[in-house]
Design a protein around this ligand. Structure first.
Ligand code: DX5
Ligand code: ZN
Length: 218
């Protein structure tokens, strides 16, 4: 089953609650929350307080993407604030295994994310420790970028690796996903689709509906 995870980085922050109600009512199951520290990526975004405030207004699955150096420092805070899935960057952890174990010990799902330049094989040894692999399809840090075409082969490689290991790991894609290229990433093996601009620019309910039709035809 495919899942849509709208990224609130592209939402209107003054109307966050309303815009989330719209994506939820239109059928999105996850909510993608990008956390940036100004170190791992140049920009800053949301912190724990946004997550805990949003937790009071929706039951959607909170898919928290930590673009933060040494994310182990914040995992407990985000778990407490209401994150359901905590994804960390492989490139940002000095001890990946310890970080994943810590997230699981908090009772949350754990994901690893990799930048476009990190080999897929780098995650191989963690496959039995993760619930989700987030393959970045743009350089992390900003919304509204263009999908990197070489990502398609990377998603396919990740799918083959996961299937060969019979691992129960979702493949999430993030960055530049639109109605026009979502079928390509689904065909390559992704099953959780993050989309920011393609959902929050324009008519939100229509955008979700159109995307859901591709994700769950019929
Ligand atoms: C980028 C973020 C993405 C971003 C995607 O670093 O991780 O989640 O919001 O935005 P779009 O869909 O606009 O590329
Ligand atoms: Zn993200």
């Amino acid at each position: 089953m495919n899942i849509l995870s709208p990224s609130i980085l592209a939402a209107d922050c003054a109307r966050l609650g309303e815009e989330i109600s719209l994506v939820e009512a239109a059928g999105a199951e996850y909510l993608h929350i990008d956390v940036m520290d100004g170190m791992f990526v140049p920009s800053l975004s949301f912190g724990m307080c946004v997550v805990s405030s949003l937790r009071k207004v929706t039951d959607m699955v909170f898919d928290v993407h930590l673009m933060v150096e040494e994310p182990i420092r914040y995992a407990a805070d985000f778990a407490k604030s209401g994150a359901d899935i905590i994804t960390v960057h492989l490139e940002a952890c000095s001890d990946v295994e310890e970080t994943l174990d810590w997230i699981h010990s908090l009772g949350r799902k754990a994901g690893i994310s990799i930048k476009p330049s990190t080999p897929i094989l780098a995650v191989e040894k963690y496959l039995d420790k993760i619930d989700l692999l987030l393959v970045m399809t743009v350089e992390p840090g900003f919304g509204g970028q263009k999908y990197i075409p070489a990502s398609t082969a990377r998603i396919r490689e990740a799918r083959q690796l996961i299937d060969a290991r019979q691992a129960h790991v979702d493949i999430e894609v993030d960055g530049g996903i639109t109605r026009d290229n979502v079928q390509v990433v689904l065909d390559a093996g992704a099953n959780i689709i993050v989309a920011g601009s393609a959902i929050f620019n324009g008519n939100i309910a229509e955008n979700v509906k159109n995307m859901m039709e591709i994700l769950a035809p019929g």
